[in-house]
Design a protein around this ligand. Sequence first.
Ligand SMILES: Nc1ncnc2c1ncn2[C@@H]1O[C@H](COP(=O)(O)OP(=O)(O)OP(=O)(O)O)[C@@H](O)[C@H]1O
Ligand SMILES: [Mg+2]
Length: 275
Amino acid sequence: MISISVLSLKGGVGKTSVALGLAGAAAKRGLSVLLVDLDPQGNATSILQARHGRRHAATLLSHPTSDSMREAISKTAWAFKQGRVDVVASDPALIRFDSWTGPRAFTPKLARALKRLEGYDVVILDCPPSLGALTREALAASTLAVVVTTPSYFGAQGADRAIYEIDEIRDSVNPDLVFAGIIVNRLREKTDEHRYRKKELVDIHGAGAILKPAIPERVALQQAESTGEPIQSLKSAGARDVTRVFDKQLTRLLKLARQADAASADTTSAGPATS
Ligand SMILES: Nc1ncnc2c1ncn2[C@@H]1O[C@H](COP(=O)(O)OP(=O)(O)OP(=O)(O)O)[C@@H](O)[C@H]1O
Ligand SMILES: [Mg+2]
């Protein structure tokens, strides 16, 4: 099971669209996907048309046990021939869990609850637009972290801050966490400003840190959101463009997860390093 956090400090850059796009791509391949909606706004939960009851992400964080984990999972309207997307739904009460009082007081709850979860191939964690305790919970529970940005000056700044946070969580509570890269969203290739900002990201972070391909700006993503369907089910040319991009990004992420797994197995079997 691999778990992928989708984050950025900045709001509205496309975290939820990316989380859902990757979830749809994985489910379409026949994988079992669990989306954990850690954003109190609950956008992913409503797009997935989750049929959730009184158990959700906030009740899970109150009682982070394997039993609460199972109870917090709800079915959604997203099902393909073989794969499907289930959800741990958001709730406004999540906001109570977002206050950050510093690394010393941080004992990850979600990671504990997810540890013994079975029956899923991929877990995707949609984060709120802040680097508070909820985003840190997601990072502490993840194998991979993906940072989403738009090709803009403030987007690049937000990405820097998110990458810094990923390093902090790796150094403190989750040594297995891998920064998988930056996803550039809403790219208009023909715009000079967008090309410039994309190049700026490459210059700062290196070409390898940018997850290719970038996601083009397409109204199909907004249409999919308003009808609550996976972008993979829409038939327009724009939907097909974006579907192809998510599929390629998913392939890259699964490969990175396998590499991380192999590296971690090597370290474990080699035993402690001697000097
Ligand atoms: N590539 C795209 N092309 C066109 N519209 C897009 C694209 N990506 C996202 N959007 C639209 O931009 C809006 C914001 O996207 P989204 O909700 O995914 O951002 P977010 O980062 O999750 O926001 P928040 O910080 O509030 O959680 C949505 O209406 C979405 O449909
Ligand atoms: Mg969102």
